[in-house]
Design a protein around this ligand. Structure first.
Ligand SMILES: Nc1ncnc2c1ncn2[C@@H]1O[C@H](COP(=O)(O)OP(=O)(O)OP(=O)(O)O)[C@@H](O)[C@H]1O
Length: 310
């Protein structure tokens, strides 16, 4: 059987700014057509990692291949096959959707511009609004236009930096449906996000805290590897107990969800022992730990290196 070459295979990627290591020996392999989500606290090196992979910044250490090209020696060739959508809307508000795409097509010196723009408008559901000014669009439509612009030159890797911050749930869902459609056609997608629902829509996740990759895999694998177990408590006042319960030995996290409480730890016996003082008032039942539990747990265990000492 022929093995499909990975779209991305990098090893030991490291970046330092002013002597501070912001990405510390990160390894990553992503197969073509996969959507890989990057999560982690603010300032933990997600964007820097993505930019190194795409040849936009030079790693201080590390090596690898992106689309089969050497990351150190073929940066320009890699960059030409990357689509990049940043969080900030970077298109022209006083041009229409169509004019913006035509402008991008000229910047990239694309051939057959009218066909490409028409196909892109159709594919991303923008055709009915092609003549609307970009500046008058809602957040969701702006994101859709930014996505159309990022993939107009038919890149093989798409980089999305917090793509749906501030966009409503319906528009986010549609945006993600489009990302999945692009991935089905072979586009490899790397996306940084703080949203759990976005993480869950990725094929795989990489969790980076302060430059170090702490977890990697599908969302089920990341939850399984965390070793966390959880209990849900329901009863009068259960939602008021989080702060007190979180201080008990054996409890890693406790949080109210509506009228109930969700608690996590690494050992079920210890967790049951920790909540036993409330066994009469509150009904405790086993629950599934969530991705959010895992990420908060990992974050609390890692050292914040983002504070620069004087
Ligand atoms: N060009 C630069 N020069 C100096 N420091 C930088 C530069 N780019 C990033 N940094 C620093 O590197 C660290 C990692 O930044 P990065 O943007 O990669 O984090 P992030 O995980 O994407 O953060 P966020 O979730 O807030 O977007 C931060 O402390 C940031 O201030």
């Amino acid at each position: 059987m022929n093995e499909i070459a990975p779209a991305i295979a990098v090893r030991g990627l490291t970046k330092r700014f002013s002597g501070r290591t912001v990405v510390d020996h990160v390894d990553l392999t992503v197969a073509p057509g996969r959507i890989c989500g990057f999560l982690g606290p603010n300032g933990s090196g997600k964007t820097t990692t993505l930019r190194m992979i795409c040849g936009l910044i030079i790693p201080d250490e590390g090596e690898g291949e992106v689309l089969g090209l050497d990351l150190r020696t073929r940066r320009s060739a890699i960059k030409s096959q990357i689509g990049y959508m940043t969080q900030k809307f970077g298109l022209f508000g006083d041009l229409t959707i169509r004019e913006n795409l035509e402008f991008i097509a000229r910047v990239y010196c694309l051939d057959d511009r009218t066909r490409r723009v028409d196909e892109s408008l159709e594919r991303l559901g923008l055709a009915s609004r092609a003549d609307q000014l970009a500046g008058k669009l809602s957040g969701g439509w702006k994101q859709r236009l930014a996505l159309a612009a990022a993939v107009l030159h038919e890149p093989r890797i798409l980089l999305l930096d917090e793509p749906t911050a501030g966009v409503d749930p319906q528009a986010r869902r549609e945006f993600w449906d489009q990302i999945h459609a692009l991935a089905r056609d072979g586009l490899t997608v790397l996306v940084s996000t703080h949203y759990m629902d976005e993480a869950e829509r990725c094929h795989e996740i990489a969790y980076i805290a302060y430059g170090v990759m702490l977890a990697r895999g599908t969302s089920a694998e990341v939850i399984g590897a965390s070793g966390l177990v959880a209990l849900q408590g329901e009863g009068p006042g259960a939602d008021m107990l989080a702060a007190e319960i979180e201080l008990r030995p054996g409890v890693a996290l406790a949080a109210a969800f509506g009228a109930s409480i969700h608690v996590c730890g690494t050992d079920m016996q210890d967790l049951r022992q920790a909540v036993s003082p409330w066994a009469e008032k509150v009904l405790w039942t086993p629950a599934e730990p969530t991705l959010e539990d895992v990420f908060i747990h990992l974050m609390r265990q890692s050292d914040d290196n983002s504070v620069v000492s004087a």
